[in-house]
Design a protein around this ligand. Structure first.
Ligand code: SAH
Length: 277
């Protein structure tokens, strides 16, 4: 059936603005879905300071590509809205995952108001890339089963109850974003929560960036000096966790999932389970 041509005066429905997580730096860490959207995009706006330009390597010929480095939030939204009126697929490339410290909602609200549809594609957040770089597990049986993504107060204050000392009282894994220049505060808060001076810490600078990644191991006592000596002052994940370094521990409580005595959906226990996972 031949589609009825729309009258020339009718405005075309706007395209969709896709907020795509570009991953932590290595362009290969974008999702297949994100890469496919880039390959179909009529316009791409990337965050110049953090997202590697390599992430735009799959853009089609003729695609409008811009860097938002020098744009205000209003200019970013105006650009996205204007492009969505011309193209079916518009991509806003965000560093890591768009749901973490990425001004997602501030950008979505004006698009909603302009009647432009939005969708989000998740990305590998820098905390996960840092764990991978250092071959660490953020959860270990009988050590910690909880991960907190947080930061210390910078220009953005922390809401009541979310001070690092309060969160650190849980003695779980803490992935501390946006705080590499505030290590004195990180140290003070962990000390206030009673973490020992020899508590292991990990700092990963530019996790996954080819040739630029730095993995620094330290303790609560040394973390600031270790970073200063390595000249690591930006784009770093600070991790405090009782599970750090477990690769070299002589004894480890084993996960119940692979325990021969544990029955689950895919395998019968060879002995009665002592407890569930
Ligand atoms: N949405 C991003 C976070 C943006 S906030 C994400 O999901 O990763 C910026 C902070 O993220 C930086 O201050 C730093 O703490 C962290 N970060 C971003 N990229 C990083 C990388 N490649 N390596 C280490 N930390 C990184």
């Amino acid at each position: 059936m031949t589609p009825t041509p729309s009258p020339a005066s009718a405005p075309a429905a706007p395209g969709t603005v896709w907020f795509v997580g570009a991953g932590p730096g290595d362009a290969d860490l974008i999702t297949v879905k994100g890469r496919d959207l880039i390959a179909r995009a009529g316009a791409i706006l990337f965050a110049g300071s953090l997202v590697s330009e390599a992430a735009t390597r799959w853009a089609p010929a003729g695609c409008e590509i811009a860097d938002s480095k020098e744009m205000t939030l209003e200019q970013i939204c105006a650009w996205l809205i204007a492009q969505a009126r011309q193209h079916a697929v518009v991509v806003r490339l965000q560093t890591g995952d768009p749901s973490l410290y990425g001004t997602l909602i501030e950008m979505v609200q004006p698009l909603d108001a302009a009647g432009v549809p939005v969708a989000v594609v998740p990305g590998v957040t820098s905390a996960m890339a840092s764990a991978a770089a250092a071959v660490e597990s953020f959860t270990l049986p009988e050590v910690t089963q909880t991960v907190i993504f947080t930061r210390v107060a910078g220009r953005t204050p922390m809401p009541p109850g979310e001070g690092l000392a309060e969160l650190a009282a849980h003695r779980c894994t803490l992935c501390i974003y946006l705080s590499i220049t505030l290590l004195h505060t990180v140290q003070a808060e962990l000390r206030a929560a009673g973490w020992p001076e020899d508590a292991p810490m990990l700092v990963v600078h530019k996790a996954s960036w080819p040739g630029e990644e730095k993995i620094l191991r330290a303790t609560l006592a040394t973390v600031k000096d270790v970073c200063r000596d390595a000249k690591v002052v930006s784009q770093s994940m600070v991790i405090a966790s009782p599970a750090l370094g477990a690769r070299h521990w002589p004894t480890l409580a084993k996960s119940k999932l692979y325990d021969a005595s544990f029955t689950h959906r895919f395998r019968r226990a060879s002995a009665p389970p002592e407890e569930s996972i």
